[in-house]
Design a protein around this ligand. Structure first.
Ligand SMILES: NC(=O)c1ccc[n+]([C@@H]2O[C@H](COP(=O)([O-])OP(=O)(O)OC[C@H]3O[C@@H](n4cnc5c(N)ncnc54)[C@H](OP(=O)(O)O)[C@@H]3O)[C@@H](O)[C@H]2O)c1
Length: 294
């Protein structure tokens, strides 16, 4: 479909009856030709892709593995505990999803390398990385946080995300491209009181997304980020199990409920699909309408 064709069409319409030339008909014409031509294949399919999702035995990571797997990807799930890995693998297999599992604490270089090696051995390549792991060992006034707290939070939440990316990029390049997704947070935009260092680490992921995107675009790798609002998982249970906190939160929401992990998984799967082929360096906020602005 070329612009010459469109202008030919519009010109013909103008010479017959100018009033009949509507934007709607031009768009319908464009849409028809895309459907009959290059857009005839489902661009949401991830069949044949191999996806590593870190911290994926529960919550958002597990829902992401499900979303990618349901679209045809072979998913590699991991977390620190073998029992959790076994449970997640069994669940995904019961849903007819192609899945491989291993333990991986993303804070350990040895574990990260083991995860990548195992993926290559068992799946033959890597197309997608969803860097989802994060820790928060500290609640309180930011001025009371210690160097140990900062080392831990920045190491797991930010440094590991970059180092995982660095490990997988050469393998994505061998496949002709790929997708990297970071999981940030609404707290990246507006730090929540008592979660200062964690929120700062999530702001850093917005920067990491922007820093990597132009460089990796040269290798046909898109880099994007998702910033969830408050999603009902174990991680956020201190918030949503407290009714007063929930009521306060709802005041900031347009959609008057908390989010579900599947509502993040679906957005991540979209970003990894061909439907998002022109999106890179972006962060999508998935917050039920909570205000997000840096
Ligand atoms: N829930 C929310 O409201 C919310 C909002 C904004 C952003 N987020 C972000 O979403 C991501 C996932 O959070 P979630 O709410 O889905 O948490 P979750 O339901 O508590 O699940 C956490 C997962 O991470 C694994 N894990 C924890 N530490 C790990 C480590 N060092 N290395 C590897 N795996 C690890 C856990 O398994 P093991 O215990 O077996 O390791 C588990 O599978 C995080 O980046 C979080 O910051 C969550």
């Amino acid at each position: 479909m070329t612009s010459a064709l469109v202008s030919q069409y519009l010109h013909k319409k103008v010479t017959t009856s100018y009033s009949q030339v509507t934007m709607r008909s031009a768009f319908r014409f464009l849409k028809m030709n895309f459907v009959s031509g290059q857009r005839s294949v489902s661009h949401s399919s991830l069949t044949g892709k191999v996806a590593i999702v870190t911290a994926s035995t529960d919550g958002i990571g597990l829902a992401t593995a499900q979303a990618l797997g349901k679209r045809g990807a072979h998913v590699v799930v991991s977390s620190r505990r073998q029992a959790n890995v076994d449970k997640a693998v069994a669940l995904l297999q019961s849903q007819s999803i192609k899945v491989t599992g291993t333990t991986c604490n993303v804070g350990s270089g040895e574990d990260r390398e083991k995860l990548v090696r195992m993926t290559l051995d068992q799946c033959g390549g890597i197309d997608i990385l969803v860097s989802n792991a994060a820790v928060n060992p500290f609640f309180g006034n930011i001025m009371d946080s210690t160097e140990d707290v900062w080392d831990k939070i920045l190491s797991v939440n930010v440094k590991s995300s970059f180092l995982m990316t660095k490990l997988v990029v050469p393998h994505m390049e061998k496949r002709g491209g790929g997708n990297v997704i970071f999981v940030s947070s609404v707290g990246a935009y507006q730090p929540m009181q008592a979660l200062g260092p964690y929120c700062v680490s999530k702001t850093a992921l917005l920067g990491l997304t922007r820093a990597l995107a132009p460089e990796l675009a040269q290798s046909n790798i898109r880099v994007n980020c998702v910033a969830p609002g408050v999603i009902k998982t174990r991680f956020s249970s201190a918030l949503w199990k407290n009714e007063d906190v929930v009521e306060e939160l709802k005041k900031q929401l347009s959609i008057k409920r908390l989010g579900e992990p599947e509502e993040i998984g679906g957005v991540i799967a979209f970003l990894c699909s061909e439907e998002a082929s022109y999106i890179t360096g972006e962060t999508i906020t998935v917050t039920g309408g909570m205000g997000c602005r840096l």
